[in-house]
Design a protein around this ligand. Structure first.
Ligand SMILES: [Zn+2]
Ligand SMILES: [Zn+2]
Length: 553
């Protein structure tokens, strides 16, 4: 690595929405930006979360000076509890970001001995080899920051997650003036959120959701209203509270993270609600339906969250029914559509009215669309650009947007997880690759590599076939006949004729092996598995998990 260069290593978030993590390096010293998790796809059986591969960082832990957090979402902070076990360095972020992160680290019992350093909006601090500036941006969680690294080759800007909301609920706008000033100073590299780079126009202001909610509440003065949203979306919660208060409704906060996050946000003066307006769920029946509003977790259909329990009739103290209107103030994250659909179905089954973002404007995204991205690029006028935070197609569209803003193709790189780049005074280039595969975590079993996951896929799709038989060692004959036990197979005629065919195939294979003098149980197991696997794969196109136990007596 040349002396006058800044190196960026992308460890996650480029090619997927989730597990955001990058390392920014100068003079051999490293600052980590975010350590997020990702939620699994439905066919990743038993996987609870997916982490970045932290090996590259752990091997260099002596050279890491800090972890800097852009904001408090799980896809930016959720993997911290795994990283801090090996990399104990100061963690920087806004008070709310650190509050959310710290809470989860404490729950995981790994917060002890860690250093948290709060930064204020606009603050500039010496961290490792850099001066890092924390620039306020609007997003779907309060107190989010873009980061400006003042480096030896110029300013490197990491946008964090953002939109350009000119009417944010807390009045804290993206600091456009400061971004423009950095543009004048000269931005060597921009790393920018690509989530909505395919979408033309501008993302609606968070405030527009309040208008929609107000109308829906006014149309339903007699009904109990339950609103589900992300527990970290403090501004959404604030707007629901404000609208409910206008109708003199009491507010119930339901779900553990909703209660915890609201408590922290109230302490930090980011959420405003009088204690006298809050009631406990135990007391909800003392009020008429039109006198209460429930704000709950579970807008993504998470099976253990409050909304799922309500939809199944499993919640204590509150049964949702014909007097209730349930508003899902959210949009399903890709992959969650099915579970959200089931929750909506169950709510209908309970005779509740359901309102969601499919037919009412009860949600606004937290990410910039093309119009805002163009503005951002125009303000910063970077010399080099790498799209981050997106699936591959989002990053391609973002790169095209940068070209259309006048950036030459050689100054725009589309990177993926594991890619390393170097920025110098003159340009940008790819400089290497590091391991950055998915690190699967199964909540009950711990770490999981690809093999058990592949087996789980085979089990789910094809089931399992167990082969057993007994062999006489001295005579070299089968004395206990070949028997098959199938799980996940149909009972019908077709599968029965299939097991007959496999039984014959396996018997022939074992007899041949015995004639060749094979008496070893282990290798006879392999013979049986291979024979069954070959027949099933070639003739029937099935790949069940095969188990064999040939006993040599
Ligand atoms: Zn994000
Ligand atoms: Zn975010």
């Amino acid at each position: 690595m040349s002396k006058a260069a800044v190196r960026v290593t992308f460890l996650g978030g480029l090619g997927e929405i989730g597990r955001n993590c990058a390392a920014i390096e100068q003079d051999g010293r490293i600052v980590v930006v975010d350590a997020g998790l990702m939620f699994p796809e439905p066919n990743m059986y038993g996987v609870d979360i997916i982490l970045p591969d932290f090996r590259w960082l752990i091997e260099r832990r002596d050279r890491i000076d800090a972890i800097v957090l852009t904001h408090g979402h799980e896809d930016h902070t959720g993997a911290l509890r795994y990283l801090v076990k090996d990399v104990n360095v100061p963690i920087y972020g806004s008070a709310l970001t650190l509050g959310f992160a710290r809470h989860r680290l404490t729950e995981a019992k790994v917060a002890k001995g860690l250093t948290f350093i709060e930064v204020a909006d606009g603050e500039r601090r010496k961290i490792g080899p850099f001066e890092i500036e924390f620039i306020p941006v609007t997003h779907s969680v309060p107190s989010a920051h873009a980061l400006a690294f003042h480096t030896s080759v110029g300013v490197v800007v990491h946008s964090g997650d953002f939109k350009l909301d000119l009417t944010p609920i807390d009045g804290r706008r993206t600091d456009i003036a400061r971004l423009a000033a950095l543009g004048d100073e000269g931005v060597a590299l921009l790393l920018c959120d690509s989530t909505n780079a395919e979408e033309p126009g501008f993302t609606a202001s968070e405030r527009s959701v309040g208008g929609a909610l107000r109308r829906l509440f006014l149309e339903r003065p007699e009904r109990r209203i339950v609103v589900a949203c992300f527990a970290s979306h403090i501004h959404r919660v604030q707007q629901i509270i404000d609208v409910a208060k206008e109708q003199n409704r009491k507010i119930v906060l339901m779900g553990r993270s909703m209660e915890n996050n609201a408590k922290l946000a109230r302490k930090l003066h980011l959420l405003h609600v009088d204690a006298s307006d809050l009631i406990d769920i135990e007391n909800i029946d003392r009020y008429q339906p039109g006198e209460v509003c429930v704000i709950c977790t579970g807008s993504q259909g998470e099976p253990l969250a409050a909304l799922s329990k309500l939809s199944r009739g499993d919640a204590r103290f509150l049964k949702v029914g014909a007097n209730d209107t349930v508003i899902l103030s959210s949009h399903p994250i890709p992959g969650n559509e099915w579970t959200v659909g089931r929750v909506i179905d169950d709510l209908h089954r309970a005779a509740a009215e359901v309102i969601h973002s499919g037919h009412e404007p009860v949600h606004a995204s937290g990410h910039a669309r093309q119009g805002e991205l163009r503005t951002f690029h125009q303000l910063l006028r970077p010399r080099n650009f790498v799209p981050v935070h997106g699936e591959y197609r989002h990053m391609v569209h973002h790169a095209e947007l940068a070209h259309s803003m006048g950036l030459a193709p050689k100054h725009v790189l589309i990177c993926e997880d594991g890619d390393q780049i170097e920025v110098t005074a003159t340009g940008i280039r790819r400089s290497g690759q590091v391991p950055a595969g998915f690190h699967y975590i199964d909540g009950s079993a711990g770490d999981l590599d690809e093999r058990p996951l592949e087996e789980r896929r085979m089990l789910a799709e094809w089931g399992v076939l167990q082969i057993s038989a007994g062999v006489d060692k001295a005579r070299g004959t089968i004395i206990q006949p070949v028997r098959l036990t199938a799980r996940g197979w149909f009972e019908g005629e077709q599968d029965r004729s299939l097991t007959d065919a496999v039984t014959n195939e396996v018997r022939t294979a074992i007899e041949t092996a015995l004639r060749d003098g094979n008496r070893d149980a282990e290798s006879l197991n392999k013979v049986a598995q291979r024979a069954a696997g070959r027949l099933l794969g070639q003739k029937y196109r099935r790949q069940p998990v095969l188990l064999a136990s040939i006993v040599v007596l």
